[in-house]
Design a protein around this ligand. Structure first.
Ligand code: NAD
Length: 455
């Protein structure tokens, strides 16, 4: 088996050979990736079910369809993305060709997490291939079945000289990070992101950090309570709450809470029955480590459980859980929940809620549910977050035309659609100049007589 160093040397020499540069090569690789997803749908669904008990519907919607849509977007737009972008000129550059040329960065590293183990690896990969890079793909070892399947499939479909899967956990990834990359694209927790950045400083490698945090959901003023409850429950309990853009907690007034919580409980029963553990539509927690973290978090919380709260270790099951009377210093408010526990925090006014959110790290997504556009606009204009969506959750990230990424503590940089291509490209500023007007150029050569400045 090749060592990490040998693999990276191979990728480096492939990149230097220029094989990834032609549009046709990139298009062929993207098309092969499309076949990989289509021809292995059943295997991918099986792996995702093994890792997280993902229902077929959720897996198709949030993993396979998202990847296929991104592939379609990249293949359709590749040619136009690769064109030089001509820029405006000033008087002194009228005769020059001035343009931005998108060039690949080189050999890049993509490190993925376990919660959407297909799309969170494949969508950055699409951007990296489209931009003409060679890529090391590092899936999460925690979603072991998908990790192993991806390692098996990628070499069957993509050029083995240019795209390589390297597997492993923290130790292997730390070793990998000692090598020089031209870009590191990391999706995962803020804690690990710090080690990634530390490693990146050695070679001054640019990084994209797709992180998490606590995504707030305001529910304020008159609102279609039934629809709000359905959309909230769907967004929160999709993938059993293990989504970086899941609403982490709800902010509402006491009056809203009194009608919203019963509506949420009713929707939970409609979606997952009275016995959610028997529902084929409810995921499992990915690992015992995460299961224990979540159960301990719930145990440390002094808030009131309205529904749920039960866990079954042998099944890595945690019931969809709703908690109220959650104080700002409650355990549930000290870290990203990343599981099926939904706390409700009461606020006296919208301004109080906005201040609450602004006291914390900037979230990856921020949601507001209200019938009144003035409420939506007030929240949008007075807060900051990676993405924003009114009257729904998660859904904004399915659109390849919107950049996806965080701000502040929720991450740096973005991808999806053209934004992924941009992330993995260098925008080279080019000016092509001929030999004309040399006498005019004389104006800028020494000796610098005073009257040259008044020209
Ligand atoms: P994680 O940070 O534990 O692991 C992510 C990747 O990092 C894995 O491939 C893992 O092998 C590797 N890794 C783990 N420890 C490492 C170390 N010490 N050194 C180097 N590499 C290491 O994250 P996770 O638990 O897989 O994912 C959960 C987090 O990711 C949550 O915070 C969530 O919000 C965030 N997330 C963000 C997005 C996004 O798009 N912004 C998407 C999904 C998840």
């Amino acid at each position: 088996m090749d060592t990490q160093r040998q693999v990276l040397d191979k990728l480096r020499s492939s990149f230097k050979s220029g094989v990834t540069i032609p549009e046709q090569f990139r298009r062929t690789q993207l098309t092969k990736l499309t076949y990989m997803i289509k021809e292995n749908e059943e295997l991918l669904l099986k792996a995702l079910h093994k890792d997280l008990a993902k229902p077929k519907f959720e897996a198709v919607l949030s993993e396979l369809d998202m990847v296929s849509n991104e592939l379609y977007c990249a293949i359709t737009n590749l040619s136009s993305w690769m064109q030089p972008e001509y820029v405006s000129k000033n008087l002194a550059t009228q005769l020059d060709d001035c343009f931005i040329r998108r060039e690949p960065l080189g050999v890049v590293l993509i490190i993925g997490p376990w919660n959407y183990p297909v799309q969170l690896l494949m969508i950055p990969l699409i951007g990296a291939i489209a931009a003409g890079n060679c890529v090391v793909i590092k899936p999460s070892e925690v979603s072991a079945a998908t990790d192993s399947l991806i390692a098996e499939l990628i070499p069957k479909y993509l050029s083995q000289d240019c795209y390589v899967v390297i597997r492993g956990g923290a130790e292997e990834t730390a070793a990998l990070l000692q090598n020089r990359f031209d870009h590191i694209f990391y999706t995962g927790s803020q804690t690990v992101a710090r080690s990634i950045m530390q490693a990146a400083t050695v070679h001054l490698t640019p990084v994209t950090l797709e992180l998490g945090g606590k995504c707030p959901c305001f529910i304020y003023g008159p609102v279609n309570m039934e629809a709000a409850a359905r959309r909230l429950v769907w967004a929160k309990f999709f993938n059993a709450g293990q989504s970086c853009v899941a609403p982490d907690y709800v902010l509402c007034t006491k009056a809203t809470l009194d009608s919203l919580v019963p509506a949420v409980c009713q929707v939970l029963e409609e979606f997952y029955s009275k016995e959610p553990q028997t529902s084929p539509d409810f995921c499992r927690i990915v690992s015992l480590k995460q299961w224990t973290r979540l159960m301990e978090l719930l145990g440390r919380s002094s808030s009131k459980v309205v529904v749920g709260g039960q866990g079954k270790e042998e099944d890595k099951y945690i019931a969809p859980t709703v908690v109220v009377d959650v104080a700002e210093d409650d355990a549930l408010m000290q870290e990203e929940i990343f599981g099926p526990i939904l706390p409700f925090i009461t606020m006296e006014s919208l301004e109080e809620g906005i201040e609450f959110v602004n006291r914390r790290e900037k979230p990856l997504a921020l949601y507001v549910f209200s019938d009144e556009s003035s409420v939506v606009n007030t929240v949008m204009e007075n807060t900051s977050s990676g993405g924003f969506c009114s009257n729904d959750g998660i859904i904004h990230m399915t659109l390849p035309s919107l950049p996806f990424g965080g701000v502040g503590g929720s991450g740096w940089g973005s991808y999806h659609g053209r934004w992924g291509f941009e992330t993995f490209s260098h925008r080279r500023a080019c000016m092509l100049r001929g030999w004309a007007l040399e006498r005019l150029n004389g104006l800028r050569y020494p000796p610098y007589e005073e009257n040259k400045l008044s020209w």
